[in-house]
Design a protein around this ligand. Structure first.
Ligand code: FPP
Length: 253
């Protein structure tokens, strides 16, 4: 017989016992709160980002184990260049360090690395490591880790618009053929399903120029936990909550 406390524990576990038949195929995360996490510990902001990378490892593993097919992480936005030079530099170094340390593990775990955003503006040493990692993992198919780097939803739409116009001018595209599917093909996220679930930790409740076109019917989930403290159980809570929503895509159920 379960005691009251055991029962509570059981209920809590049940609360996040998620349905394996309704796993979001694409989860996108705005990894927010690294700076506040560091500030609360009187550490430099870069230490918050470093702690955030450890969270990435745990959340990626959990997503893979749950059967999520795409995990998209907002790592550096087109607006993040406004940050102090040393913080931008620390972020670039962290990305390279992560790829150097983790590439073999990602590959062994059948993870495909994909970048969304304009990486031609990143430092060369960063671009080189990214190309190497994407090339090595391109045939992996357990889960795709999409990292948004120098990414902005508006910049993405502007780029798509310019490419569409060029293709019309070159007679590769007919204006009357333009529809949602065609536009999708011109985005960084071509071939990636729209995110089912967008998670933002740290208490902020905004989209910050992330996946503006793609989020038309995404479910949003917010948490007050800063990203470095975000745990696999928080991910499971988000998924549990997602599974109890009624997605109608504008129709009726
Ligand atoms: C937002 O928190 C976080 C970022 C702008 C950077 C996130 C990047 C990483 C965790 C590292 C990326 C590395 C890899 C390998 C993809 P914030 O700094 O705005 O936090 P604050 O709002 O509390 O100041």
């Amino acid at each position: 017989m379960l005691s009251f406390f055991d029962k509570k524990k059981e209920d809590k576990n049940k609360e996040i016992a998620i349905n394996p038949n309704n796993i979001p195929q694409h989860i996108a995360i705005i990894m927010d709160g690294n700076g506040r996490w560091a500030k609360a510990r009187k550490l430099p902001r870069s230490m918050g980002h470093r702690a955030g990378v450890q969270t990435i490892e745990k959340i990626l593993r959990e997503c893979r184990d749950l059967g999520v097919k795409h995990l998209t992480l907002y790592a550096f936005s087109t607006e993040n260049w406004k940050r102090p030079k040393d913080e931008v530099g620390a972020l670039m170094n962290l990305i390279v360090e992560y790829l150097k340390n983790e590439l073999e593990t990602l590959h062994k775990n059948n993870v495909k690395l994909n970048i969304i955003g304009d990486i031609s503006e990143l430092p060369l040493f960063c671009q080189e490591e990214i190309y190497k990692a994407c090339e090595k993992t391109k045939n992996n198919d357990k889960i795709t880790l999409n990292v948004a780097l120098n990414y902005g939803g508006r910049a993405e739409i502007i780029k798509a618009l310019k490419d569409v116009i060029k293709d019309i001018e070159n007679s590769k595209l007919n204006i009357d053929d333009i529809n949602e599917n065609i536009i999708n093909k011109y985005l960084y996220t071509a071939n990636i399903p729209d995110p089912d679930l967008i998670i933002r930790p740290s208490g902020e409740q905004r989209l910050s120029n992330f996946l503006l076109w793609q989020c038309a019917y995404s479910e949003f989930w917010y948490s007050n936990i800063n990203w470095p403290d975000f745990k696999p159980k928080d991910l499971r809570r988000a998924i549990y909550d997602y599974q109890n929503r009624n997605r109608r895509f504008g129709g009726v159920k």
